[in-house]
Every structure is written in structure tokens, then in C-alpha cells.
Design a protein around this ligand. Structure first.
Ligand code: FAD
Length: 322
């Protein structure tokens, strides 16, 4: 493996996303002792974030703070990352398998002419090699992959690898100037936030998801109450999004977000393969559906056959009292 690895921190809404610490832990897990781990923090007005990130256990924290990097733009971020890779001499790069990581990683890989393994959920050492596991076929199978050469790029699925522990010592902060490209083919005019609650769906420990069975926008209310009590986030099937019961930002599945919470509660969701692709790796799956033949019960650890409008409020009441 390489002597130096770079983790690209994900900084959004003035906070470092949890997947950053998971990627740092993944880097620690997939390196030998002499390998140096560096972290790149890219954005605007980063002092507080840099202070918070300093104790992540990395050798160096590269900070690139510039107004042009306020919002994610693949062209400007790729220029920033490529510069930091060069400065740090890194041969391996880790990113979160998030909307940004999924967009940025292939650009970085192609510019580096690197191999890439995406959506990694586990890393193991086998002899001298590090074996990366990633789910395929909607979680029905998994691939085990190794790199045979450098450079390489890996994206980490959120919520699968434990976060790096806080270190006693601070990473050395190195500020780098933004190598502003002469021209950008795209510019970000403004970013419109679609609210999916205060907890990030992809990083939530508990997800309450509603399907077409919730019957309308109002039908999400009991799910939101249960999510509030459990400190979770509310997601949805594409069926519910297509029916305009909720925003597409909440969609879970093959063409939506991939979630791996500790607990996933599917309410009025049939369990189509495309939905299952986005949630089958959840640690505990509870399904509530009035149809005992619904396919979701095949992958559920616990199934409740009944009307979600009766069961969800009962669960909320019980958890609130507990
Ligand atoms: P339905 O299949 O209509 O199921 C509703 C369920 O609610 C039924 O099982 C019913 O028994 C139950 N129900 C009804 N009323 C109640 C009640 N009161 N209490 C309890 N249960 C009740 N889907 C996704 O989710 N995510 C994706 O990313 C995705 N990507 C796709 C990509 C492609 C290329 C294609 C072709 C499809 C994709 N789909 C995706 C759509 C997918 O195939 C299904 O159509 C969709 O998941 C169905 O949503 P649903 O389960 O909410 O609706």
C-alpha cells in the first residue's frame, strides 16, 4: 500500500459530516503503521471546522479556504483536490460515498489514472493485502476487491465503518492557496436546500420510511412523530415520491439514497427490489404492512401485519413512555 493517504473531508452546512471520520478510520484500517494519513478540508470560512477536525488522528490537515469553494462545484473541487494530492504526495484517496463523493471520485480517478473501488462497507487485511468489500446486486451479493497498483481511490458507504476516535494530539495544519482554474465550464448560481429534517438521512441511526401506503403528505406526520421520539430521520420509497407525498430528496433505493442505519422501519412499503437496494444493509429491519404477502417481509427481521396508521402511533406512544 502507499506511504501516504489522503482523506477528503466532507464539509456541508457548517459541519463536518460523520462519514469523514469513518473514512479516516477506513484509512487507518487499510494502511501499514508507517503510512501517513492526511486529511483535506475544502470550503469557505473553515477555521472552526479545521479546529474541530484537528484531533482526527491524521498527520496533516490540509486546509483550502476560499470563497469560490463555498459551494460544491465538481470543477473547482477537483482542482482543489488534485492540488492537495500533489502537495501531500498521496497515492491513495478516500471519500465518503455521498452525493459529493460519488460525483467527485470518478473525476479524481480519471485525472490520476487510478483504480477505484466504490461504496465500500468493510476492509480486511488478508496476508499483505487489504481486501475491500462492497455490496452488489441490491445487497444480494458482495464483491471482495484488492488494488494491484497505485494510485487508487475508494469511497466509503456511510454508517458501516466505525468513526475514528478523537486523538490526543492535533494534526499539523497546512494552509494551501486555491489553484483557481482559468475558467470554469459550470458555475453554481445558488443552492436550494430541500428539507429532509435536521438529521441527514444517509447518516441517521434510525430511519422511518414511508411508502405509497401512507396515502398522502399528511400520512407522513405519524412517521415524523416516531422519528422525533427515536432521534431518527424520515425517508420514503419512490412510490411515495412519485405520488408527490414527499420530496425526492427523501427517496431511498437504487435511484435514491443508500442508507445503513441501526434500525430501519418501513411503513406501507411493498419492498420492490429497487427500494431494497437502498436499505437492505440496515442492521435491523422492521416492516409494517397490511398485506402479509408483501415482499418487504422477506428481508425484515421483524414484521408487523397491520395498518400503519394504527401501529405507528402505538410505537410512538410506547417509545415515548420508555
Ligand atoms: P407500492 O408498491 O404501491 O406499495 C405500497 C404498500 O403499502 C403495499 O405493500 C400495501 O400493502 C401497503 N399499504 C397500503 N396501505 C397500508 C396501510 N394503511 N398500512 C400498512 N401498509 C399499507 N423505488 C424506490 O423505492 N426507490 C428507488 O430508488 C427506485 N428506483 C427505481 C428505479 C427504476 C429503474 C425503476 C423501474 C423503479 C424504481 N423504483 C424505486 C420503484 C419501485 O419499483 C417500486 O415501484 C416502488 O418502490 C414502490 O413504492 P411503494 O412500496 O411505496 O409502493
Amino acid at each position: 500500500m502507499s506511504a501516504s493517504i489522503l482523506v477528503i473531508a466532507e464539509y456541508r452546512d457548517q459541519s463536518i459530516r460523520q462519514v469523514t471520520y469513518e473514512a479516516i478510520q477506513a484509512a487507518k484500517q487499510s494502511t501499514s503503521e508507517e503510512t501517513q494519513i492526511h486529511v483535506a478540508l475544502i470550503g469557505f470560512e473553515l477555521d472552526q471546522a479545521a479546529h474541530n477536525l484537528a484531533k482526527c488522528g491524521a498527520e496533516t490537515l490540509y486546509v483550502m479556504d476560499h470563497e469560490d469553494l463555498r459551494d460544491y462545484n465538481p470543477e473547482s473541487y477537483a482542482a482543489a483536490v488534485m492540488h492537495i494530492i500533489k502537495e501531500s504526495g498521496s497515492e491513495g484517496v478516500y471519500l465518503g460515498h455521498t452525493a459529493i463523493g460519488r460525483d467527485l471520485s470518478p473525476i479524481i480517478s480519471s485525472r490520476l489514472d487510478a483504480g477505484q473501488i466504490s461504496d465500500v462497507t468493510a476492509i480486511e487485511k488478508a496476508g499483505d493485502e487489504f481486501v475491500f468489500t462492497r455490496p452488489i446486486y441490491a445487497g444480494k451479493a458482495s464483491e471482495h476487491k484488492v488494488f494491484r497498483s497505485t494510485p487508487w481511490v475508494v469511497t466509503i458507504r456511510p454508517n458501516n465503518i466505525p468513526a475514528a476516535e478523537v486523538s490526543e494530539s492535533d494534526a499539523e495544519r497546512v494552509d494551501l492557496a486555491y489553484p483557481k482554474p482559468d475558467s470554469l465550464r459550470t458555475t453554481i448560481r445558488n443552492v436550494v436546500q430541500k428539507s429532509t429534517g435536521t438529521i441527514d438521512l444517509a447518516e441517521a441511526n434510525v430511519v422511518i420510511a414511508g411508502g405509497r401506503g401512507v396515502k398522502g403528505t399528511e400520512g407522513f406526520k405519524p412517521l415524523e412523530e416516531l422519528a422525533d421520539v427515536l432521534g431518527g430521520a424520515v425517508g420514503a420509497s419512490r412510490g411515495a415520491c412519485d405520488a408527490e407525498y414527499c420530496d425526492y430528496a427523501m427517496q431511498i433505493g437504487q435511484t435514491g439514497k443508500v442508507v445503513t442505519p441501526e434500525v430501519y422501519i418501513a411503513c406501507g412499503i411493498s419492498g420492490a427490489i429497487q427500494h431494497v437496494a437502498g436499505m437492505s444493509q440496515s442492521k435491523l429491519i422492521i416492516a409494517i404492512n397490511k398485506d402479509p404477502e408483501a415482499p418487504i417481509f422477506k428481508i425484515a427481521d421483524y414484521g408487523i401485519v397491520g395498518d400503519l396508521f394504527e401501529i405507528v402511533p402505538l410505537l410512538t406512544e410506547e417509545f415515548r413512555a420508555a
